[in-house]
Design a protein around this ligand. Structure first.
Ligand code: PEP
Length: 249
């Protein structure tokens, strides 16, 4: 882990029922969490209120998406104002499932990030390459292009956490090696230093996501530029998620 406060997010994706979420919340409420870690969970929209009303205040809530501007005539969308009304502190943007399954592009994601930050909603900004892009030696190009889209849009980096999530590692059980993750984290930090500022590069937390679990988190957490994790599947299991939170070194 680096010098910033360790940050662990649990992305529940489109999973859960009122009952399963109530069990997960109760497991998290009774767990002992390392104090020096920011912990965030991201339930599906329809359960945000349930989770906010039952989960310990120690854990903050993130939405999994938001609209690009103020709410209004945008059927099916959820506004930043509504998320804040429910007590959300964060929103996950640019997740690979939204980029590659739903078809969101860099510019659209950048707009969302800019609006969320302008309203003081923190952003977990996801970037990461496809397997074919890695194999073609384009990992850095893709990550830098996605970073530039955020950089061109956002008013400030104060409330933004970057999540490096190689697409080939998400939900596949194929975790990046600590060295592979560290290599990209260093490159992204270097990109920030050259293209934004040395200060932003040193203070922005860069977390890793992609098949992180209770067994591989400790090795990843040792790396100097890995400032935490974004966890999908393993965040649905309370005890395992707690192991990952407490892997801070
Ligand atoms: C994610 O959804 O952000 C993720 C990293 O998923 P998983 O941990 O299941 O690979």
């Amino acid at each position: 882990a680096g010098s910033g406060k360790f940050f662990v997010g649990g992305n529940w994706k489109c999973n859960g029922t009122k009952d399963s979420i109530s069990k997960l919340v109760s497991d998290l409420n009774s767990a002992t969490l390392e104090s020096d870690v920011d912990v965030v969970v991201s339930p599906p929209f329809v359960y945000l209120d349930q989770v906010k009303n039952s989960l310990t205040e120690r854990i903050e809530i993130a939405a999994q998406n938001c609209w690009t501007g103020k709410g209004g005539a945008f059927t099916g969308e959820i506004s930043v104002e509504q998320l804040k009304d429910l007590g959300c502190k964060w929103v996950v943007l640019g997740h690979s499932e939204r980029r590659h399954i739903i078809g969101e592009n860099d510019e659209f994601i950048g707009k969302k990030a800019a609006y969320a930050l302008s309203q003081n909603l923190g952003v977990i900004a996801c970037i990461g390459e496809l397997l074919e892009e890695r194999e073609a030696g384009k990992t850095f190009d893709v990550c830098f292009r996605q970073m530039k889209a955020f950089a061109d849009a956002v008013p400030s980096w104060d409330n933004l956490v970057v999540a490096y999530e190689p697409v080939w590692a998400i939900g596949t059980g194929k975790v990046a090696t600590p060295e592979q993750a560290q290599e990209v984290h260093v490159a992204v930090r270097d990109w920030l230093s050259k293209n934004v500022s040395a200060e932003v590069a040193s203070k922005t937390r860069i977390i890793y996501g992609g098949s992180v679990n209770g067994g591989n988190c400790a090795e990843l957490a040792k790396k100097e530029d890995i400032d935490g994790f974004l966890v999908g599947g393993a965040s649905l299991k309370g005890a395992e998620f707690v192991t990952i939170i407490n892997s801070v070194t």
